[in-house]
Each structure stands twice: as structure tokens, then as C-alpha cells.
Design a protein around this ligand. Structure first.
Ligand code: SF4
Ligand code: SF4
Length: 282
């Protein structure tokens, strides 16, 4: 079973909850879960789960390189590139690696076989055992690289689950392409929100994306501090089950700031999260 923990908004406590869920499952299940940190632009789940990242693999994209001696500047490559990553300007054929998606169409369709593909590193994937026997893997996008999706896609393939192993994916914030790629193939979305207008606004977007992808979802309200009728109304109108409510507490905020998970701050959440998991699974 693949759980994806998402939140339209950053800073909702998504990673803390994802790491806490992993620890709760690790206490109850064998094998312990596989945790994938898909927030490749700013991975931070390692701060909570302390993995030994002893295996690494570079992630590269194949970028076209044009042999000007063979190129007739016919323009076919520019015509087929839907990302405008290759252009013919007079007697020059230019490649813009930052726009290239490595689809290979230009190479395949060049009539003069003037294009070869060269690997261009975009980032790295890393994995290793974390606390409580959790299998941990993450992707890290190199600084200045614009495309997170290929790293996330690579991470999902590179770190497969063992038979019967639950997968927990921690997504980037927002609802853009990296989030969609992190959600793809999931069985359930846990949408973490907070009872504020911003939280509700971004929850609406996340729910919409989940629905469009046909993935069932439930809500966790974090930092609850009294009732927020607009959020309750939205959840009931959209048949969204509120699976967990975590109160706004100074002791939780301080613990998280020190790199502690919810289950380390309040051990009773181990049982609460396990029961939530069983409810979703069943
Ligand atoms: S398709 Fe090949 S020959 Fe034509 S412009 Fe592009 S690189 Fe040159
Ligand atoms: S590999 Fe694909 S995206 Fe990149 S330049 Fe060629 S056609 Fe465009």
C-alpha cells in the first residue's frame, strides 16, 4: 500500500506527520515501511528519521548535442521539440539544456543523424536504513537545476518496496508537477492542512488534484486551535473524512523545532496513527 502525505501549503507539518506515521508503522509491522522523501528541492525528512545514506546514484538526463559538420539546419528538430529546447537560427542549431525534457524526439527524427545524446547530471538519489528499521530513500535536485520530476520518477523506481512493505511518500508542498509525480501510483492521499484561510485554500487545490487523479484521500488537521467552520464545512461538503486532529501546542512546536517527531513528543500518537492506518487500510 502506498500512502502519499501531501499538503497544498508549505509549513503545515506534513513531514513531521509522515515521519511519525512511519515510526508508528515500524513499531507494529514487519517489514517496517519504506519512506520516500520526494521533496527533492528541499528534502528534510532525514532530520527526523536519521538514515545512514550509504548508497547513492547520480540522476542524469540525456541532452542532445548537435554535430554542426553534419547538420544541414533543416529545422526538423526544432519543429518536433514541444519544449522549444532546440532552435535553428540561420546556420546555427542551438540547444537549451535547461528547457530540454530528454524525450529523444529530436535525435530520433534528425534526418542527418547529426544529434547524439550526452548525459547531463541533475541530481542524486540516496538510500539507507533509518531509525526503527525504516527503509529510507530520497532524491536531491542539484542547485540551479529546474526539473524535479525526473528525480522523483527515478527515486520511485530506484527504491522499490519489498513484498508487503507499506510505502510512505512525503511530497513537496504545492500542487504542481513534482507533487503530481509524487502522488502518481498512490493508493491513498493524506492531506495535511491547518485551520486557516490559507490552509483551506491550498487544501481545496490538493483535493482537486487528488480527485482528478482518482486517488482517495482523507484530511489531517494540524495545529487545531478551536473550531474553524469553513474548513469543517468544506470537508463535509466534499465527503472528506477528517482522520486526525492535532492540537496547537507549544510543546509540539518546540519538539519539532528540535527535530523530534510527534510520536517522540507524545508517544500516544504511535497508537493513534496505527489506528488511523488500520482504518484507511480496511
Ligand atoms: S534535424 Fe538534424 S539536420 Fe536538421 S537542423 Fe536539427 S540537427 Fe540539424
Ligand atoms: S530531447 Fe526532446 S525536449 Fe530535448 S531538445 Fe530534443 S525534442 Fe526537445
Amino acid at each position: 500500500m502506498i500512502f502519499t502525505i501531501a499538503s497544498g501549503k508549505g509549513g503545515t507539518g506534513k513531514t513531521t506527520i509522515a515521519a511519525s506515521l512511519a515510526l508508528s508503522l515500524a513499531a507494529e509491522q514487519s517489514p517496517p515501511p519504506l519512506f520516500l522523501d520526494c521533496d527533492v528541492e528541499a528534502p528534510n525528512a532525514h532530520l527526523f528519521l536519521h538514515p545512514g545514506l550509504d548508497e547513492q546514484q547520480d540522476v542524469a538526463m540525456l541532452i542532445p548535442s548537435v554535430d554542426e559538420a553534419r547538420c544541414t539546419h533543416c529545422g526538423r528538430c526544432a519543429e518536433v521539440c514541444q519544449y522549444h529546447a532546440i532552435a535553428v537560427l540561420g546556420q546555427k542549431t542551438l540547444v537549451f539544456p535547461q528547457l530540454c525534457h530528454g524525450c529523444g524526439s529530436c535525435t530520433a527524427l534528425c534526418p542527418e543523424k547529426a544529434i547524439t545524446e550526452i548525459p547531463d547530471r541533475m541530481g542524486v538519489v540516496e538510500r539507507g536504513p533509518a531509525i526503527a528499521g525504516i527503509s529510507f530513500a530520497r532524491g536531491v535536485l542539484d542547485v540551479g537545476e529546474p526539473m524535479a520530476v525526473p528525480i522523483i520518477r527515478h527515486l520511485k523506481k530506484w527504491a522499490p518496496a519489498l513484498p508487503g512493505q507499506v510505502v510512505i511518500r512525503d511530497t513537496p508542498p504545492g500542487t504542481s508537477c513534482p507533487v503530481v509525480e509524487s502522488m502518481r501510483g498512490s493508493d491513498f492521499l493524506l492531506l495535511v492542512t491547518e485551520p486557516t484561510p490559507f490552509g483551506l485554500h491550498d487544501l481545496r487545490l490538493a483535493v482537486q488534484v487528488g480527485r482528478e487523479m482518482g486517488i482517495p484521500s482523507g484530511v489531517i488537521i494540524n495545529r487545531e486551535n478551536g473550531s474553524y467552520p469553513a474548513l469543517e464545512g468544506f470537508c463535509s461538503e466534499n465527503n472528506l473524512l477528517v482522520l486526525l486532529r492535532i492540537p496547537f501546542e507549544r510543546v509540539i512546536a518546540e519538539g519539532v523545532a528540535q527535530g523530534k517527531t510527534l510520536v517522540e513528543i507524545h508517544p500516544e500518537y504511535k497508537v493513534t496513527l496505527w489506528e488511523m492506518f488500520l482504518k484507511i487500510r480496511d
